[in-house]
Write a protein of this length. Structure first.
Length: 368
């Protein structure tokens, strides 16, 4: 008799997925901590959005609007879009997962870039498909490398624009060249989580390209500039056919009512977003200058974070800097998993946090 203990077994490939590990939050033994590891805005959320959240809390017995109509209307009004081409989700992560769940399966391939957001690979593998990773050039997405990797199995291409953790961006001319070179049955996913911070003249988040294409979608988030990371709000702008397919498997109440209320008000409070962007631009430039003066290399960024590269010298490598900064209460993000074993990613924080990191890194770089 077979005495082996039977138990549920995940389908093939699931246990090969490396689980996502968020940025650390704590510095044991340190009285005061500045968390600069998750690209959260130091300005927090709009006071108007916080008030809307509190008011919504008085009706927690009611199901939320399953279509997030109020939120979609606010997004549409702000960006000049048709609400019918918008979908909201429990963070943009849910929307990325839905795309993979609906359009990918065993035998399919999806292209990602070597320093792209780790969730892309997780969702691709979770759908049973194969991620194909292509090289970037000097921390920038390489359109030619992506197009060269396309095969008959390719069903999707993921681009973080601007990129995370690099902070670089792909000019709109290159994004359009990429879309033009893809087969029409391949979906181009433009993840524009940091679009609010990118103000360069040759940058576009993807709205125009989505409007003129049948195979492009753009995802956005409220977790960064809008300061609503705790509420997990994301949105997608895409062709009607794609949204129709996703809506057939989307959870019927995938966004909670306080999130819909707060997100709607936050989207309409663009004066607050302008303040957040102004603070970020000012300190992003100051930090870049300060770190460069210390002899560190900083990848040019258009986002709310900086990728700081350390010298390949004993005692001065990124892990050493990480330990040193953590001991002083400054928590940055190690990015070895993104292909940068000798770099740290720093969120642009409050003035106090930024000045503290400058001083601490100055001490670190000058010590024997």
């Amino acid at each position: 008799m077979d005495t082996a203990v039977l138990k549920p077994v995940p389908r093939p490939g699931i246990m090969d997925i490396a689980a996502y590990v968020p940025g650390k939050e704590h510095a044991p033994g340190v009285a005061r901590v500045f968390k600069l590891s998750s690209n959260e805005t130091p300005l927090g959320a709009s006071p108007k959005a916080i008030d809307a959240f509190r008011q919504s809390a008085g009706h927690l017995e009611l199901y939320p609007d399953g279509q997030s109509n109020e939120l979609r209307a606010a997004i549409a009004a702000t960006h000049g879009l048709n609400p019918a081409n918008l979908m909201c989700g429990n963070g943009s992560d849910e929307l990325l997962g839905l795309l993979c769940h609906v359009y990918l399966g065993a035998g399919d391939e999806a292209i990602i870039t070597e320093h792209g957001f780790l969730v892309y690979k997780i969702q691709i593998m979770g759908a049973g498909a194969t991620p194909v990773t292509v090289k970037e050039t000097e921390c920038r997405v390489d359109v030619d490398a992506i197009l060269a990797a396309v095969t008959s199995k390719t069903k999707m291409v993921f681009i973080a624009n601007p990129g995370n953790p690099t902070g670089t961006y792909l000019p709109v001319s290159e994004v359009r060249r990429l879309q033009a070179g893809l087969p029409k049955n391949v979906i181009l996913v433009l993840d524009a989580a940091y679009a609010e911070y990118a103000r360069e003249n040759d940058y576009e988040a993807g709205i125009e390209l989505v409007s003129s294409s049948a195979n492009v979608v753009m995802t956005r988030t409220f977790s960064k500039a809008y300061g609503l990371a705790a509420l997990r709000i994301g949105w997608m702008y895409g062709p009607a056919d794609i949204l129709d397919a996703l809506n057939r498997v989307r959870g019927p109440f995938n966004l909670n009512a306080p999130a819909i209320a707060a997100g709607s008000v936050a989207m309409r409070d663009q004066d607050f977003i302008a303040q957040a962007v102004e603070h970020n631009t000012l300190w992003r430039d100051k930090l870049t200058h300060a770190f460069t003066t210390l002899g560190l290399k900083v990848t040019p960024s258009v986002t709310n974070f900086l990728l700081i590269h350390f010298p390949d010298v004993d005692g001065k490598r990124a892990p050493d800097a990480d330990d040193f900064l953590t001991s002083r209460g400054f928590i940055l993000r190690a990015v070895k998993g993104y292909g940068f074993p000798n770099a740290l990613r720093m969120t642009v924080g409050s003035e106090e946090a930024n000045r503290g990191v400058i001083e601490a890194l100055g001490e670190f770089m000058s010590k024997a």
